[in-house]
Design a protein around this ligand. Structure first.
Ligand SMILES: [Zn+2]
Length: 330
């Protein structure tokens, strides 16, 4: 199975009423951990790379690592998605590398920090949609701004999505999926107490645009067990909370179909490596501690695929090529 457009994975998730995790990757161990989890529970997969990941891997490495995942797992639908594209140029670059989906985060200016107006957001998103759809590539937009900062992205201000604006935005831009701001936050330091998400926003957007899969960013759960492992082995993380899995499951029922997860993978890797070195201080073979990190990613991702409901759905449908997806947009 080649890469599939993300639109197919998310449209199928609407039909089956489940959510699909989109996991950020920067290296081979993360990709292998995610793919092993997907194989074992038979889940569709969204692998996503941020601009930071493209830079870290010097573009070609991420492309070929993702291609390796496809070659190694011919039975699974896999989408390769650009997380938080900041301009038409960045989206074009990702598409030229073979990404089957791009996010244009027009809620912020190109610096990834300054909030834009509704009109500015529409303008840049429309330009990306026009280009990407001509290649059969999926586009995710964003309306409203999240709290927190991750990989240099974030204004530090929170502006929840207005459901009427969201419906208009979808109609005017033609985006395939829309990220909403419903009270989640990027990064590891999210909340002191469990957040109350604005579920009514999800329901209202879903009522106005029932065919558009909705996306939740900043949705790591930041489990206490992972924080505890890091601190037990010399880490110094402060008390923090993420989005409880029950809230995510409720959001999925209401219309969220893509759930972005980055922080939980980072915590799992960091904890595994710290623990490994504490217990094996004389080990120098990188395969041992990177192997422990890969195992930790696998465990976290597998549980999420089960919790989000995507487990068991990889063989529900026949994969769509970008050529076929192109026709869809004509
Ligand atoms: Zn995000």
């Amino acid at each position: 199975m080649p890469f599939v457009p993300m639109k197919q994975i998310l449209d199928e998730a609407i039909k089956g009423n489940y959510g699909v995790g989109a996991f950020n990757v920067n290296n081979m161990e993360q990709i292998q951990g995610i793919m092993r989890a997907a194989r074992e529970v038979n889940s569709p997969v969204i692998i996503q790379a941020s601009r930071g990941a493209l830079k870290y891997t010097n573009l070609y490495y991420i492309k070929h690592l993702a291609l390796a995942a496809v070659e190694d797992n011919p039975e699974l639908p896999i989408a390769l998605h650009l997380d938080h594209g900041n301009s038409l140029e960045t989206c074009k670059l990702a598409i030229s590398l073979g990404f089957t989906s791009v996010m244009i985060d027009g809620s912020l200016k190109e610096d990834g920090k300054t909030p834009t107006t509704f009109e500015e957001n529409i303008k840049v998103t429309k330009a990306v949609v026009e280009y990407a759809h001509s290649m059969g590539v999926t586009v995710e937009g964003e309306l409203g701004t999240l709290g927190g900062i991750e990989d240099g992205v974030g204004s530090g201000q929170v502006k929840l999505t207005d459901p009427d604006e969201a419906a208009e935005f979808i109609k005017l831009t033609g985006v395939d999926a829309l990220a909403l701001a419903v009270g989640t936050s990027h990064g590891a330091y999210k909340f002191r107490v469990a957040p109350k998400l604005a579920m009514h926003i999800i329901s209202q957007v879903k009522a106005k645009a029932p065919d558009t899969p909705l996306v939740m960013h900043g949705s790591s759960s930041v489990p206490k067990e992972l924080i505890d492992i890091i601190n037990q082995y010399g880490g110094k993380l402060q008390h923090t909370m993420g989005v409880p899995i029950e809230s995510i499951q409720e959001a999925i029922k209401l219309g969220i179909k893509k759930i972005n997860v980055d922080t939980d993978g980072r915590l799992a890797i960091t904890g595994a490596i710290r623990k490994f070195f504490a217990e094996n201080p004389s080990e120098i073979d990188p395969r041992t501690y990177f192997g422990a990190a890969r195992q930790a990613v696998y465990e976290v991702v597998k549980q999420k695929m089960i919790d989000f409901g995507s487990a068991g759905h990889a063989s529900d449908y026949k994969p769509m090529s970008l050529e076929e997806a192109k026709k869809f947009y004509m």
